[in-house]
Design a protein around this ligand. Structure first.
Ligand code: TPP
Ligand code: MG
Length: 892
């Protein structure tokens, strides 16, 4: 009878299992964990030698990393902490509910913080160090949508008023309000890090932790035990930036970095992994990447059940149920949980037979249980040699009950009715009266209450309140002016590209006695592209471990030198990582009290369009520094084609409020812009960033014309007036970047062949001109009786007669953006359309931006003004070799 023999086999296997487990227990008891681990390893090798194929898994069972036996006693007053947490929960919820009552649709989130409250509060009461203690304090990236909870805590701490809370999401009220999410731009003394664009905070946190080490390794800062904490959502882990840089953290052994991922199993629309298990998925990823992974899955009331689970059946069942099931259990009653979770195995039903349905329903998740959270955080801060991630299982909307706990709609829940408010009050024991409850009033216990005293005492003990943003650095000593003089003189007949000029300027700045050591060159594997390899040797490439190998080019002058005090951040091929380094360095004046000057040099095409959101976050962070877009210009970068030729980064730079963008043509322009940038950002301490494009076409760099400085900075100045005097045919030509050379050629052609007197202007920044024009218009509109302001561009061109033509290696929208302030129509030539692999000359023909098209544009404009006949233009088209039937670059 087959059944009988199967039965017998199963029984034998059971005995065998038990014997092996007993042996392991014996080793554990007598020789300890290390010995047990060694034995398992030996067994694994032995099995492999015998041909046993062990399935690979980076996962551990679906239980807490730390068993009860490894749980240190909780150090705080749990009763008081529960009260504090409950009050914060209430106020965070009330903020959102009240805001939406006053202003329908104003938004806000209740359920994110509701699920994360215990995680934050254990950290606030026992782990986060504030900036008033021995160091700059821990750097905490709070999950953006948890902001109401962070505000609610600051309210209890006495740092925010009732009015502040009342005006959540109504910042524009006369006395101000609170922004929806963490924004240093909007609350520069409160929020340190902008975190609400999901995925950016983890990558920024990683590079921040590494930058903290960089400052120490370079001797710019005393070593400290500052930690970087990033609180993330489980849904957020689907953003490529969240996981994209985690191997950097383990490679660099960043044990000053802790991720806390709130695994409430839900995102906005529904489950994160209904059919799978997000905690297990993340565990495998992070373990594979070399992180210390700590799982906090089950609360304390599961402990007795796990203790009874001798044969591992409960753990097996825990591992089988998928996240969709767990979400369902979070809203189901005890009867359902008994039937569907425990009921799968009769042994488990037996195990819980003495527990009531209510008790089953109240079985808690680890992320809501301070007793389980505390050991995880403690282990994280004590861990050495690797970053830690804590995967904490919670319920989204915890405590909202019928109003949304665990429901798919919970992320969007912004309103609670009176019954729901009563239920919330009951569950968290908030002392609010029946008469007041409907109003959802804020509640703050008196200053001498145990709660407020405890909360303040804990923060005092831990070094002050968080978040807090402090600017401790003062004005910096500027580089010596002589440093820039060589560039003002021109290259004296030698041909050089603007890229070479900026690299030379950087090399000189690195040697300057005032700013030298504070410069932070950042490159995403493009140093050789920009001719920067000499800097490898000059200042070294930063590596925490120094250089463990003999470099292949050690014999050469410019060898690849890695050093612990190396200054260059050679990030490899990651513009996002490099930009995160830029943000860390560029906010160092605040977060470390040290002015650092980041100089991030990248392929301009892979800047704004690829990592625009990080640049936006840099602006919000009030980061300061230079973004240098190399190999810029759609036609100046020959050969590289459609994906590399940048003709629009300057347009993408327009919307960034605190970014100045320049498209310089000459070395002296660069010198003036960089000198002024350092003065304003690090001398005057203005929260600005500078974007400068540089190009790789070589030509003689002219000396700086007298009096050009102001115009370079404001966006334009007259570079070369026409040599023709009193001509009847006049033109004003605007040129930028390398295309200015084409404009100069056109000037000559127009004068010599067509008798047109053309003045040439160098336009260094359409964005500056545009913003100045905008401000003038706005002022004039608001002050109708006052003397009108004239935009700078109009002032420049007011006495400049003739037709107007602009040409650049960027899209025509740039010059067009200033045309409203000009006296006559502007013809814009630019590089709209997809690039091509071709020579510079062919590209300039294709995009219609070379000297011939500039000449044609002037002549055509003169016919429209009725200054010359169409026949002249027809002939010119032939003479210039232009094909009027050619396809438009815009769409071809
Ligand atoms: C880049 C980006 N995309 C989309 C959003 C909109 N959004 C805000 S919260 C959210 C869901 C968050 O889910 P999860 O990360 O799991 O956080 P939880 O609220 O569950 O803790 C989404 C899609 C955003 N803020 N940023
Ligand atoms: Mg979630």
């Amino acid at each position: 009878m087959p059944e009988k023999s199967d039965d017998k086999k199963a029984k034998l296997e059971e005995i065998e299992n038990k014997e092996w487990l007993d042996s392991l227990d014996y080793v554990l008891e007598t020789a300890g964990e290390d010995r047990a681990a060694t034995l398992i390893k030996i067994l694994q090798i032995h099995a492999q030698k015998k041909g046993v194929r062990l399935p690979f898994t980076a996962n551990t069972p679906y239980i807490n990393t730390f068993p009860v036996s490894k749980q240190p006693p909780y150090p705080g007053r749990q009763d008081i902490e529960w009260n504090i947490r409950s009050i914060i929960r209430w106020n965070a919820m009330a903020m959102v509910v009240r805001a939406n009552r006053i202003e329908e649709g104003i938004g806000g989130h209740i359920s994110t913080y509701a699920s994360a409250a215990a995680l934050y509060e254990v950290a606030f009461n026992h782990f986060f160090r504030g900036p008033d203690g021995r160091s700059e304090g821990d750097m905490v990236y709070f999950q953006g949508h948890a902001a109401p909870g962070i505000y609610a805590r600051a309210f209890l701490e006495g740092r925010l008023s009732i009015e502040n809370l009342q005006n959540f999401r109504r910042e524009l009220l006369p006395n101000g309000g609170l922004p929806s999410y963490p924004h240093p731009w909007l609350m520069p003394r409160f929020w340190q890090f902008p975190t609400v664009s999901m995925g950016l905070s983890p990558i920024m946190a990683i590079y921040q932790a590494r930058f903290n080490r960089y400052l120490e390794d370079r001797g710019l800062k005393e070593p400290s035990d500052t930690r970087v904490w990033a609180f993330l959502g489980d849904g957020e882990c689907d953003e490529p930036e969240t996981l994209g840089a985690i191997t950097l953290a383990s490679r660099e052994k960043l044990d000053n970095l802790i991720f806390v991922i709130n695994c409430n199993l839900q995102r906005l629309d529904g489950p994160v992994r209904g059919n799978g298990k997000i905690i297990q998925e993340l565990e495998a990823i992070f373990r594979g990447a070399g992180w210390n992974v700590i799982k906090v899955i089950w609360g304390s009331n599961w402990d007795p059940l796990l203790a009874k689970d001798k044969d591992g059946l409960l753990v097996k069942r825990m591992g089988e149920a998928v996240d969709g099931d767990y979400q369902k259990y979070s809203v189901a009653d005890g009867e359902y949980i008994r039937k569907h979770f425990f009921g799968k195995y009769p042994e488990l039903l037996e195990m819980v037979k003495d527990l009531s349905d209510e008790q089953l329903q109240k079985l808690r998740r680890g992320g809501h249980d301070p007793e389980k959270i505390y050991p995880a955080f403690k282990a994280a801060v004590e861990n050495e040699g690797s970053p830690t991630v804590i995967l904490a299982k919670t319920i989204k909307g915890y405590g909202l009950g019928e109003a949304g706990e665990g429901r798919n709609v919970t992320h969007q829940q912004k309103k609670l009715n009176e019954d729901e408010l009563r239920e919330f009050r009951r569950r968290f024991n908030i002392p609010i009266s029946d008469e007041d409850i409907a109003k959802a009033p804020f509640y703050r216990p008196p200053d001498d209450s145990p709660e407020i005293k405890y909360l303040k005492e804990r923060r005092r003990e831990l070094g002050g309140f968080l978040p807090q943003r402090k600017v401790l650095a003062g004005p910096m000593e500027l580089p010596s002016p002589e440093l820039f003089e060589e560039f003002h003189k021109g290259s004296g007949g030698r041909a050089a590209a603007t890229t070479m000029a900026i690299v030379r300027l950087l090399a000189k700045l690195l040697k300057d006695k005032n700013v030298g050591k504070y410069m932070v060159p950042i490159v995403p594997d493009e140093a050789r592209t920009f001719g920067m390899e000499s800097l490898f040797r000059q200042v070294g490439i930063y590596s925490h471990v120094g250089q463990l190998y003999d470099p292949v080019d050690a014999e050469t002058l410019l060898f690849y030198k890695e050093a612990r005090d190396g200054q260059i951040l050679e990030e490899g091929i990651t513009e996002a990582g490099s930009m995160s380094s830029f943000i860390a360095a560029g906010t160092s004046y605040a977060n470390h009290g040290i002015n650092m000057i980041p100089f991030f040099i990248f392929y301009s095409m892979f800047g704004f369009q690829r990592i625009g959101d990080l640049i936006w976050a840099a602006g919000d962070s009030r980061a300061r520094g230079f973004l240098v877009g190399g190999t810029a210009g759609r036609t100046t970068l020959a050969g590289e084609g459609l994906q590399h030729q940048d003709g629009h980064s300057h347009l993408l730079a327009y919307p960034l409020p605190n970014l100045k963008a320049y498209d310089p043509a000459f070395a002296y322009e660069i010198a003036v812009i960089v000198e002024e940038g350092i003065r304003r950002m690090f001398g005057e301490q203005e929260d600005l960033m500078y974007y400068i494009t540089v190009m790789n076409e070589t030509y003689e760099q002219p000396p700086m014309p007298e009096g050009a400085r102001e115009g370079i900075l404001k966006g334009m100045y007259k570079f070369r007036p026409s040599g023709l005097k009193n001509g009847d045919l006049r033109a004003q030509l605007l040129g930028s970047g390398t295309i200015l050379n084409e404009v100069l050629k056109a000037q000559k052609e127009l004068e010599e062949k067509y008798g047109v007197a053309a003045d040439v202007w160098s336009v260094t920044s359409y964005k500056e001109l545009y913003r100045d024009g905008y401000e003038s218009d706005r002022w004039n509109m608001m002050h109708p009786s006052e003397i009108k302001r004239t935009p700078y561009v109009a002032e420049c061109l007011k006495d400049a007669p003739g037709v107007l033509v602009a040409a650049s290696d960027y899209v025509t929208a740039l010059p067009d953006s200033i045309s409203q302030w000009l006296q006559s129509p502007l013809v814009s030539l630019g590089t709209d359309g997809f690039g091509r692999s071709a020579s510079r000359q062919a590209l300039r023909d294709f995009f219609e931006v070379d000297w011939r098209y500039i000449t044609l544009a002037v002549l055509a404009s003169l016919t429209w003004e009725k200054k010359i006949g169409a026949g002249v233009v027809e002939k010119a088209i032939k003479d210039l070799g232009i094909n009027p039937g050619k396809a438009s670059p815009l769409v071809s």
